[in-house]
Design a protein around this ligand. Structure first.
Ligand code: OSB
Ligand code: MG
Length: 373
């Protein structure tokens, strides 16, 4: 039985090694939101809420997620006995709309806690089958095509198996074209984070000759209908990120033809049970999925890596090593990637990394305990 006695919320700040720019904004540091889950038997696990600083990705932010976990998620799980972690999603879903990243932090943490208690690797508990996972990089918008080419060359040389270029109107065709010319055979893709409308369909169709593996979320975050229209007007497969918040949206994507690939971020879809539903549905319908990232710390990465070890994750995940983001991660061992762009799935019990609690203490700017003191 899984039963939580206490949930501790913490916010810490980690400066990014270099600014990360997407179409909707630039960030220079990450406000990291960690939760510590404890049961009554002395077991604990760390989890991460990946909600961003501003509501420019989906509606959630680190502040809304804090309130949601403290006031609505925690009361539904504290002291409740769950036979298995797959029972948590339903409890958080019923008459409780949205707030997926808040729900996911606790739901995924309960999967992590189950892995700790059963002394099994999290990946194994989820049904993972791969010992190593191919890794992709997400490169932020750069000041010029030449600067982007330089970044992409370095990434290709480091072994990354997929190179994602962030784009926005004005930083698109020339930028992607320059990288394609420099790296004729590289597996390239682009991610627009909602920056376009259907009025841009002709421009977006001009990406087709670059042979991108996919174009991620070109249109609005909650729009499946216009993505279907756009997909008919271009040959590059559309991959949906922001728009897929649960298995029903994945089904809608297939029904409408809004895209052909899904980026699963477990935080965005409300946790692991929802991720598994999407994964299983997509596997049946031959829709490839892959695991995206939210610039999470090494804690959140542990959960993503475990999920990405499932068989339907057919494209490299945005699972860059710790050193790409941070001077020093908050976990040991730090996440690494080998020269072939592979990350190793931990084989020890639990989430596979240990949190540096002293360091977390030193970096914490806000802390709140919910449940038994
Ligand atoms: O759209 O995939 C995205 C980061 C923050 C918000 C949205 C996205 C991203 C990334 C970064 O692409 C992926 C990573 O964690 O390396
Ligand atoms: Mg994206």
């Amino acid at each position: 039985m899984l039963s939580l006695k206490r949930i501790t919320l913490r916010e810490l700040r980690l400066p990014l090694k270099e600014p990360f720019q997407i179409s909707s904004g630039t960030q220079t540091e990450r406000r990291i939101f960690l939760v510590l889950l404890e049961d009554g038997d002395g077991n604990h696990v760390w989890s991460e809420c990946v909600a961003p600083e501003f509501p420019n990705y989906t509606a959630e932010t680190i502040q809304t997620a804090w309130i949601a976990i403290r006031d609505w998620v925690a009361p539904r799980v504290l002291g409740v006995s769950f036979p298995a972690p797959d029972a948590v999603h339903m409890v958080l879903d019923k008459n409780f709309r949205g707030h997926n990243m808040a729900k996911a932090a606790v739901e995924m943490g309960l999967w992590g806690l189950a892995a700790v208690i059963r002394e099994r690797p999290l990946a194994n508990l989820l049904g993972g089958t791969r010992p190593t996972i191919a890794t992709g990089i997400s490169i932020g918008i750069q000041s010029s095509p030449a600067a982007l080419v330089e970044r992409a060359r370095v990434a290709a040389a480091a072994g990354y198996r997929k190179i994602k270029l962030k784009i926005k109107p004005g930083s698109d065709l020339q930028f992607v074209g320059a990288v394609r010319e420099a790296l004729p055979d590289a597996p390239l893709m682009a991610d627009a984070n909602n920056a376009y409308t259907l009025a841009d369909a002709d421009t977006l169709a001009k990406l087709d000759p670059f042979g991108l593996v996919m174009l991620e979320q070109p249109l609005a975050w909650d729009d499946l209908v216009r993505h279907a229209t756009l997909q008919k007007r271009m040959t590059t497969p559309i991959c949906l990120d922001e728009s897929i918040t649960g298995v029903e949206r994945a089904q809608d994507m297939v029904t409408l033809g809004s895209g052909r690939i899904i980026n699963i971020k477990p935080g965005r879809v409300g946790g692991f049970t929802s991720s598994l539903e999407i994964h299983d549905f997509c596997s049946k319908r031959d829709v490839p999925v892959w695991c995206g990232g939210m610039l999470e710390s090494g804690v959140g990465r542990a959960y993503n890596v475990a999920l990405a070890s499932l068989p339907g994750f057919l494209f490299p995940g945005d699972l860059s090593p710790s050193a790409r983001y941070w001077e020093k991660d908050i976990v040991a061992p730090e996440w690494t990637m080998d020269h072939n762009g592979m990350v190793t799935v931990p084989t020890g019990p639990g989430i596979g990394v240990t949190v540096d609690v002293n360091r977390v203490d030193n970096l914490t700017v806000k802390k709140e305990v919910v449940g038994a003191k």
